[in-house]
Write a protein that binds this ligand. Sequence first.
Ligand SMILES: *[C@@H]1O[C@H](CO)[C@@H](O)[C@H](O)[C@H]1NC(C)=O
Ligand SMILES: *[C@@H]1O[C@H](CO)[C@@H](O)[C@H](O)[C@H]1NC(C)=O
Ligand SMILES: *[C@@H]1O[C@H](CO)[C@@H](O)[C@H](O)[C@H]1NC(C)=O
Ligand SMILES: *[C@@H]1O[C@H](CO)[C@@H](O)[C@H](O)[C@H]1NC(C)=O
Length: 296
Amino acid sequence: MFERLVLKLYLILQAYAFATKLDTEPSCSKLLAELGDFQKNLVTCVTHNSVPVQICSNCKIVYGNMTKQYKKLSNCSEYFDQDRLNLIPTTQNLLSSIWSKAYCNGKYFGKTVFSGYPYKCYFLSIYHVTECDQDDALQKYTDKNEELSTCINKTANNEVCATCLHLYRDLNSYFTSLNQRYNGKVCFEMQDQMNRTRNHWSKGLKCCQRKPKLTYFTIALAFVISLPMIFYTSSYIITIQRENNHGTLHDEDPLLNVPAPTASTSSTATPGATSLPTTSSTNLNETTSAISKKIF
Ligand SMILES: *[C@@H]1O[C@H](CO)[C@@H](O)[C@H](O)[C@H]1NC(C)=O
Ligand SMILES: *[C@@H]1O[C@H](CO)[C@@H](O)[C@H](O)[C@H]1NC(C)=O
Ligand SMILES: *[C@@H]1O[C@H](CO)[C@@H](O)[C@H](O)[C@H]1NC(C)=O
Ligand SMILES: *[C@@H]1O[C@H](CO)[C@@H](O)[C@H](O)[C@H]1NC(C)=O
């Protein structure tokens, strides 16, 4: 009777030990099933946060869970390189590539990045490799964007451009500086948001700075186009005045009014007629100087 009880107790203890062992070291099939769930969560999260792009901040935890799980599975060699498709690493790489394509990981290696003092940088090892996190930049950017958005929302439509311009410029220059620092690899969430803000600012609110420049350009263009008209009008006035001058001269000296065809056809050139071209050319010179005086 007592022996049976001891045996039962022993069996129970054995079962318990087995169970706890299972719990501390989960089987590979369990790890694989969990990985599938985490991958599914990531896909759902990415789809839900795709437009506008907000995957970097909203799916960060899900992505972290998935990568951790994949590392755990790496001990289960029976799932890797067993066939040509090699599906598990393929699926994992596919999902990870979304992350790197959107520059969500925010890890940039190299000494140059370390000079980016305002952003969190950690010394990783003696190899002087630094790991920099764009999370701070994203937070700062989001704060600035929020400030601008609040200003736009609470300001009357016709005053938005003037009132919120300094906030817009601040946000824009902050983004530009980040873009330079990270060599164009700024977290895509920020890129998308900046693009939307710029579009809204210039197309939605029509606060584009080109407008006054365009007005000046139009004025200059109108002036240039009207130049020929001014020229022809002034030429016309000058010609009329010149003709009037001819009339006055004719009154003074009848010889000057000798018609050119008569002078050239006439075979008997008088001394008065020969002096005609010189006089008329002097007269022409006077008129031209008069014209130039009028023009300038
Ligand atoms: C991520 O993992 C933690 C702990 O493993 C868990 O508590 C959390 O619910 C998971 N989150 C998601 C979104 O999968
Ligand atoms: C892989 O297995 C070893 C022991 O076999 C264990 O120490 C290690 O923590 C395991 N790695 C992971 C990521 O679970
Ligand atoms: C401003 O208004 C837009 C649309 O009306 C809204 O989506 C946005 O959240 C508002 N921003 C703030 C900071 O309240
Ligand atoms: C910015 O927006 C325009 C149109 O809204 C789009 O065509 C363009 O691809 C966007 N740029 C980026 C970097 O997303």
